[in-house]
Design a binder for this molecule. Structure first.
Ligand code: HEC
Length: 143
């Protein structure tokens, strides 16, 4: 006897369509990697039309910009260990790619957080050059 009765087939067919979608949604945030930190640095250097600068990136990252916070307030100085959100204490994964394989591997995530954090710290978006410099600095940090 056939273990799958014909009346159950439509159910199975729709399950086979839904399951991959559900899996993709669950896996989404963890497996969205579509780039590397070096590729992102290069993307902004090209946009800026200027070479990226490690020292400028370090200074940008560690100083304040007219407000209370620097990037390092939440991400640490140097940002090679887990950071702590300056107001909520929430753990933040290390920013330097050599200390966190996931860092800067998801274009949408990077763009979202650059926009949000630059507004918090500078009251404006960061320029392409500033982002290239920050990435150059973060990539220069090695164990
Ligand atoms: C008030 C706390 C806070 C400050 C200040 C802050 N950040 Fe963040 N940042 C976060 C949090 C929280 C995340 C998300 C971490 C996660 O989900 O892994 C994040 C993530 C990021 C990411 C995403 C990294 C990636 O892997 O793509 C970038 C880029 C970033 N921050 C840049 C900056 C820069 C540049 C500054 C300074 C201008 C800054 N942040 C200041 C809290 C902060």
């Amino acid at each position: 006897m056939n273990p799958i009765s014909p009346s159950r087939l439509p159910l199975l067919q729709s399950a086979s369509r839904v399951v991959p979608i559900v899996l993709a949604l669950l896996a989404g945030p963890a497996f969205a990697a579509d780039t590397t930190a070096a590729e992102q640095r290069d993307r902004w250097s090209v946009q800026a039309g200027a070479p990226d600068r490690v020292d400028a990136g370090r200074s940008f990252f560690t100083r304040t910009h007219g407000g209370e916070w620097s990037c390092a307030s939440c991400h640490g100085n140097p940002p090679i260990a887990a950071g702590k959100h300056a107001s909520t204490d929430k753990r933040i994964a290390p920013m330097a790619p050599a200390f966190n394989a996931q860092a800067f591997t998801d274009t949408a995530k990077t763009d979202k957080w650059f926009r949000r954090n630059c507004k918090d710290v500078l009251s404006r978006e960061c320029s392409a050059r500033e982002k290239a410099d920050v990435l150059a600095y973060l990539l220069s940090l090695k164990p």
